[in-house]
Each structure stands twice: as C-alpha cells, then as structure tokens.
Design a protein around this ligand. Structure first.
Ligand SMILES: *Cc1c(COP(=O)(O)O)cnc(C)c1O
Length: 362
C-alpha cells in the first residue's frame, strides 16, 4: 500500500500530475502491449521512436515551435548548458552579454568567463536579486545575450522578453518557467530548461535551438558538446534519457488536456495570484518581491523574524505541507507552484498561513 501523498512545494524536482505518475507506473512493466517496460526499450526500437516522436511533436505543437528550430533532449542539466553555450558561441576576443538576476545567472556567467569576455548588461545583485532590472545596457554587437527568465531562488520573473540588439541571438535559461505560459519561440536563438521543474523528471534537458545556431557552433570542441552532433542525430548520437523523454511526453499530454499553454497560464496566474493577494493583505507575512517582478512559479515570503519563519515552516510540515523552506540565500519561505502543483494545495497553504497569523499576529 502506497504512503499517502502530501502537498509538495518543492522547487525541483517538483510535483508531477498524479495521472502522469499513474500512467508511467502502468508502463514500467510493459509499455503498452510490447511486453517490455518503458525503461527497458532500445532507444532505436520502433516503440521508443514512437514515444520520442510524440514528445517532440507535443513540444512543437504546444509552444508553436517554428520549422527552423530543432528540439533536442540532452543530459547534464541546465548547468551543462551554462558552458555548452559559450563553448559553441563565444570565442576568445568575443563578448557576450548577460543579464544577472540571481545565482543561476551568476553561474552561467562564471562558465562563460572561461571562454570569452562577459559584459553584464544589468544586475539586481545590489538588493539581493529581489527585483528584475527595468532596463539593460548592452555592449556593441554581443555574440549573444543570455538571461534567466524565472529566478527560482529569489522568486522573480521577467514579465516581458527583454529587447536585445539586432543580430544578437537571445538565449534563455527557462528551467523554472518553461511551458508555464505561451511562448514566442521566434524571439529566441536558444531556449533551454532542465525538465525537473515544469516538464518531468530530472535527467533530461530540453533545448530548443534555431537551425542557424546549430550550424554556427564551434567545430574544435568535443563531439558530445556540439549542438550539431545532437541535431544531426535527433538526440540519438548516444543513448538519450529515454525514461525522462517518455515522462515529459506524458506531462505535455497532460498540459494539452488542460487546454494548452494559454489555459495553463490562467491556472498559474490564479494560483500565484491568490497567494500574493493573501500575502499583500497579511499583517504577519509579506512577499519579498515587488509586484512588477514577481514570479508566478516561486512565491517567496517572510515574516521578518527568522524564528517565526521556522515556526511556521514546522507547523506547515505538521499539516502536510512540505518543502516550504526558502533557499538559504534568501531565508523565509518559498512556495513553488509549477504547472502540476494543484490549486487545492494553494488553498491549503493559505488556510495554514491564516491559522498561523491568527495565533501569532499582532
Ligand atoms: C534548477 C535550475 C537550474 C539548474 O538546473 P540543473 O538541471 O540542476 O542543472 C538552472 N537554472 C534555473 C533557472 C533553475 O531553476
């Protein structure tokens, strides 16, 4: 008998739709009628190729990915993209522009530094990344511009795609908000995301890349680190993360059943909106981020008293609400409300906050 599932606010890996988990469970022992479990199928066999084709087709359909983009399923997490991008597109002597809005952006910068020069187009480090800078100052014709669309740790998110200099491809780490709202892929050179927040299990990284960048990538680098290698072989130069690709397909089907990205965006706005509305009214709790910069995915908040924060987190845990402790660099609380996080979980959190406020508020 399986243990009771609790409300999981984890920032990643994160909650998946129960229907997805149930379907995956069914197919662990036999994928459909094949008699072979999903993890045991050859990546070159007909059954898996069908799974792969479906996952890619769903990505393209949901996000409206144009024909001149490739969809790749890679490994090494978003963190591998931090160095694969400059390794392919930043030669020594070139400059790339980075928007620095949190520690994931900082990590991306420190990898790019190994390959060429980095110009910081904007940064919100002065106030511990609690806002999205209102404007950027770009260098002269940067090789590319890199930004992090949602800052998982600090609870900030770009409300708009930043405008970048003509001819400079925009590259986005969308690990924690990909497919949470409609996407205009044509604005990007590359969009990438580790799957474990909004798309499925850890171990697979979705990379959506414009053909022209696939062509342009460096040649004198290891085979596995060239986008060209993976594009030419449909992500099957080596064994791809088959199980992750399969589960991502189930998650994308679930998103489609919800009504696609428009409908998911509505749900996400509703979930985060209700929580922010409560926090804005509360006399005990307050959000750490100003309205224009707030994330729909990761809602960060504090009481202002670390001791009270800890008490609340313990009480919430008792009530079956897990994963609410904020990242150590911010403190306080963080509620991660990715696509698959259920609306009832937000109700449960608000009820728990209200109860705590009633017994501790002034
Ligand atoms: C989680 C996260 C990462 C790190 O992803 P890995 O797949 O663990 O390498 C990078 N960027 C953002 C925005 C994240 O949220």
């Amino acid at each position: 008998m399986a243990a009771k599932r609790i409300v999981n606010f984890s920032a990643g890996p994160a909650a998946l739709p129960v229907s997805v988990l149930e379907e995956a469970r069914e197919n662990l022992l036999s994928l459909g009628e094949t008699g072979i479990g999903i993890m045991e199928h050859s990546h070159r066999g007909k059954a898996f190729l069908e799974v792969y084709g479906q996952t890619e087709a769903l990505c393209r359909e949901l996000a409206g990915i144009p024909q001149n983009y490739r969809v790749l399923f890679l490994q090494g997490g978003a963190s591998t993209q931090f160095f694969m991008i400059p390794m392919n597109f930043l030669s020594s002597g070139d400059v790339a522009d980075y928007l620095v809005t949190g520690s994931w952006s900082e990590k991306a910068v420190s990898e790019a530094d190994r390959f060429g020069d980095v110009h910081i187009a904007c940064s919100s480090k002065d106030r511990n990344y609690c806002y999205i800078p209102p404007s950027c100052e770009f260098g002269d014709r940067p090789a590319y511009v890199h930004y992090t669309s949602n800052n998982t740790i600090y609870g900030t998110e770009f409300a708009e795609i930043p405008a970048v200099p003509d001819d400079s491809p925009l590259i986005c780490d969308a690990s924690s908000d990909i497919f949470s709202k409609p996407l205009d892929v044509s604005k990007y050179g590359i969009l990438y995301a580790g799957a474990q927040k909004n798309l499925g299990p850890s171990g697979v990284t979705l990379v959506i890349i414009r053909d022209e960048l696939v062509e342009r990538g460096a040649d004198d680098i290891p085979t596995m680190l060239k986008y060209r290698t993976h594009a030419e072989k449909d992500s099957m130069y080596n064994t791809p993360p088959t199980f992750g690709i399969y589960v991502m397909g189930l998650v994308l089907t679930w998103i489609k059943d919800q009504g696609g990205l428009e409908a998911i965006a509505q749900q996400n706005q509703d979930k985060a909106g209700r929580l922010y509305a409560y926090l804005d009214e509360s006399r005990l709790f307050r959000p750490t981020v100003e309205p224009g910069s707030r994330s729909q995915m990761n809602v960060t908040f504090v009481t202002g008293d670390a001791e009270l924060d800890a008490q609340f987190i313990a009480q919430a845990q008792q009530a079956g609400l897990s994963g609410l402790k904020g990242h150590r660099s911010v403190g306080g609380m963080r509620a991660s409300l990715y696509n698959a996080f259920p609306s009832e979980g937000v109700d449960a959190l608000i009820a728990c906050l209200q109860e705590f406020e009633a017994s501790h508020g002034s």
